[in-house]
Design a protein around this ligand. Structure first.
Ligand SMILES: *Cc1c(COP(=O)(O)O)cnc(C)c1O
Length: 471
């Protein structure tokens, strides 16, 4: 492709992208696709001869688009959003054009220095202590793994990096509501899943700090070395908030690393009125949140903050001769701040997003999303045929239809969800709370308006009516 063809196709694609943003609600949020249906349309072998770009783009529209789940739709209320803004898409275009591989300062000084400054911006925006230093990672899963590995090395004076595991067993703690990435990290870090303690939660689905303290005591008495507690600001199921200050205190007492997973809800800390959630976080050792979930920055972009960047770097540093530079003493070489060597220029999209929206613009949207969460929670509470299943501190609402005999409710709620999702007008998912099938709506799309949430609630009420029985 020569430059003039590139110019022509790029303009076509940008037109297509703008149309997509305008018309995204015309697509079914969840595609009605059978397993293998897309695969069967893709040739078994790579083409020997070049395909014209027109043919490739046509197949993108005809073959790929029908199999896309539209995360960009305001009617996408499943999982957590992975929202974005147009500014972040434009930045991503520049990033891929530059193709910068930002492993060390020298391989793009602007990328390293912009990352350093943008992470300071984020830290200030969230009201985190200036004792935190930030670095961008690909996902929260990776950041949590970094926390566990750093905790492991710091607690053992870097002995496991050097000699591998000995006889000592190490324990890791989180609540029973914690994200699956924690258990995955426990396994990868070599602690063993059987050394992972899931502390029970209270009626608000938050970790019971007194049980954590007892469990740690027992483990110490049994000869284990507690390494890390992972707490959550905003669990995945219900956005429950663990008692961060109490957990920090327990960790300090036993010299245990406290890692705070705020992957989704961290963005809400841009609102001063929500800083109650992060009380005690300045006493923790590390904190992670995902601008790629709720802060209008397209996937992927994770912000990881640590108190002790030297321990982080010492855990990961390896400097082969071919990567040494004359400025290593003066600069940040982010390859040592995480697992992969190669790094994308993710700071660029954060910089675009924060500047294009302004902190106030971000706050305004987040506030509006949270107000809609409160609105829906109130609607559910007031409806005799529905029951709110968990507190709603943010914009994730867990509830269920209860207008039928109790022994049928799991099945009926599942049927309601499947029927609506199949319609393509709305996509939401379920969770299990107190062993009950629970409908869960989480909305944070950039273009979400009140009427999207009202429509979603209306659809759920309409479909539920058909299942109504006198109890
Ligand atoms: C989404 C989520 C994660 C995982 O995030 P990734 O960036 O996809 O790894 C971890 N913890 C919580 C609480 C989450 O909501």
């Amino acid at each position: 492709m020569n430059t003039s063809d590139f110019r022509k196709h790029a303009h076509e694609l940008v037109d297509w992208m703008a149309d997509y943003f305008e018309n995204v609600e015309d697509y079914p949020v969840l595609p009605d696709i059978k397993p293998g249906q897309i695969l069967n349309q893709i040739p078994n072998n790579a083409p020997d001869k070049a395909d014209p770009f027109e043919a490739i783009f046509k197949d993108f529209k005809d073959v790929i688009m029908p199999g896309i789940t539209h995360w960009e739709s305001p009617n996408f209320m499943a999982y957590f959003p992975a929202n974005k803004s147009k500014a972040s898409v434009l930045a991503e275009m520049l990033m891929s054009t530059l193709g910068s591989q930002c492993m060390i300062w020298l391989t793009s000084p602007a990328a390293a220095e912009l990352e350093e400054q943008v992470m300071i911006w984020l830290r200030e925006m969230l009201g985190l202590s200036s004792n935190y230093t930030g670095v961008i990672q690909d996902t929260a899963s990776t950041a949590t793994l970094c926390a566990l590995l750093t905790a492991r090395e710091k607690a053992t004076a870097f002995a496991i990096n050097e000699d591998g595991f000995g006889e000592q067993k190490f324990t890791v703690y989180a609540s029973s509501e914690i994200h699956s990435s924690i258990e995955k990290a426990v396994k990868i870090a070599g602690f063993g899943a059987s050394q992972f303690r899931q502390v029970p939660v209270d009626e608000n689905f938050a970790m019971r700090a007194e049980v954590l303290a007892e469990t740690i005591q027992k483990d110490i008495a049994a000869g284990f070395l507690p390494i890390c507690v992972v707490s959550a600001i905003g669990t995945t199921s219900t956005t429950a908030v663990d008692p961060i200050a109490k957990i920090s205190e327990i960790c300090k007492r036993h010299n245990i690393w406290h890692h705070v997973d705020a992957a989704y809800a961290g963005t809400a800390l841009v609102l001063p009125e929500l800083r109650w959630m992060s009380e005690g976080v300045d006493e923790a050792d590390s904190f992670v949140f995902n601008p790629h979930k709720w802060m209008f920055t397209n996937f992927d972009c994770t912000a990881y903050f640590v108190k002790d960047p030297v321990a982080l770097v010492n855990t990961f540093t390896i400097t082969p001769d071919y990567l040494k530079t004359s400025v290593d003493e003066e600069v940040k070489n982010y390859r040592d701040w995480g697992i992969p060597l190669g790094r994308r220029f993710r700071a660029l999209k954060l910089w675009f997003v924060i500047r294009e929206m302004g902190v106030e613009g971000i706050q305004k949207k987040i506030r509006a999303h949270i107000a809609l969460g409160k609105w829906l929670a109130q609607e559910v509470i007031e409806h005799p045929d529905f029951e709110l299943m968990a507190p709603v501190p943010l914009n994730t609402v867990c509830f269920r239809f209860v207008g039928a005999p109790p022994d049928q409710l799991d099945q009926i709620n599942k049927a309601i969800m499947n029927e609506i999702n199949k319609s393509g007008k709305l996509f939401f998912t379920q969770t299990k709370l107190l062993d009950q099938f629970t409908l869960r709506l989480a909305f944070g799309n950039t273009n979400l308006e009140a009427y999207h949430v009202e429509n979603a609630w209306n659809q759920i009420q309409e479909v539920s009516k058909t299942y109504k029985q006198e109890a």
